[in-house]
Write a protein of this length. Structure first.
Length: 332
């Protein structure tokens, strides 16, 4: 019997940005040849966040791009960003989106992934529980601080890495000295080793002790850095205390120059002042977090928009995300 209803089974993709990552979201949408979705986001006088989609999202695969970080220009704290993302997910579920995918270029609270002392929370797990409780169907993120964060989720987590773009940047450098990739601590040895293999050079590791939270004490370098360009590789740069101390150590060990790179440029105070006064020639990061105003000239930002657009396109078409990275996107 003809019901007179025309069925259209074509899938629809929509990309929206939160206020902490609106610039990156716009770039990602542009790479996908889409207009960035229209959504009203604001903070009331009492500090509560508000969200409303300004167009129908019924039946669409909705990708919500929001790093759960601070954004000074938008007046957002990490907690504001998280609450805004949760509100966007809940609103999307209530508006009958087909699938809701949270795109977190930077996963806030990822460093609080275990109990380091009695009576502490595992805050990275709290974030995962919140995202799932409001109805997220999938999570896409980049260079998590620790692999076990994926285990806090029951929904699929697609993990990306910025290593290909970072290694390509160094491969394109024309320096007279040989590169040596230096891990700032034992926990990043595997990352440094893989980084060095992709470039085709050697690696070294630094031995350090941390006397207190956010206070780093560098000891010595295991490996040869004398006369070479030392590249300090980490997943993030926060207050830059570890980085600047590591730079001084490798220079004391005879390195010709120091360049630093990381996926996430958190740059909490007093990072800018430390980096401006440090012996590090260049600091290469990606745009997973927005830069605070006043960044020193030696910070170079590479865009992740193409990588995120590629992954989003593959999730939408149910293709493999790991193929983008040749299976090397699990680097823990």
């Amino acid at each position: 019997m003809d019901t007179g209803i025309e069925h259209d089974y074509r899938k629809r993709m929509m990309v929206f940005g939160g206020r902490s990552s609106m610039d990156l979201a716009a770039k990602v949408a542009g790479k996908l040849e889409l207009d960035l979705g229209q959504v009203t986001l604001k903070t009331f006088a009492n500090g509560e966040v508000y969200c409303r989609y300004e167009e129908s999202i019924r039946g669409a695969d909705v990708f919500l791009v929001q790093s759960t970080c601070a954004n000074e220009q938008s007046g957002m704290t990490p907690n504001d960003s998280l609450m805004e993302l949760l509100s966007m997910i809940d609103a999307a579920q209530g508006a009958s989106a087909h699938r809701i995918i949270a795109v977190l270029p930077w996963y806030g609270y990822a460093r609080q992934d275990k109990k380091s002392a009695p009576r502490e929370p595992i805050s990275a797990r709290i974030v995962a529980k919140c995202l799932e409780a409001v109805g997220v169907d999938r999570v896409l993120t980049m260079d998590l601080h620790a692999g076990q964060v994926q285990g806090f989720f029951h929904v699929p987590v697609d993990h990306m890495t910025a290593m290909p773009m970072l290694t390509q940047w160094f491969a394109d450098l024309e320096l007279s000295e040989e590169l040596v990739i230096v891990s700032p601590d034992a926990g990043r040895v595997k990352t440094a080793r893989n980084f060095a293999r992709r470039i085709g050079t050697h690696w070294a590791v630094m031995e350090k002790e941390r006397p207190a939270q956010q206070v780093a004490e560098i000891g010595y370098v295991v490996g040869d850095v004398k006369g070479k360009t030392a590249v300090l590789v980490d997943d993030m740069i926060d207050t830059a205390g570890t980085l600047c101390a590591a730079a001084e150590t490798v220079l004391d060990e005879g390195a010709a120059r120091v360049i630093a790179c990381a996926t996430h440029g958190v740059f909490s105070a007093p990072a800018y002042e430390r980096l401006a006064d440090s012996a590090i020639e260049r600091i290469v990061v990606t745009d997973t977090l927005p830069l605070r105003p006043g960044a020193p000239d030696n910070i170079i930002v590479l865009s992740t928009a193409s990588t995120f657009a590629d992954s989003i396109r593959r999730i939408f078409t149910d293709d493999s995300v790991s193929e983008i990275f040749a299976g090397e996107n699990q680097l823990f």
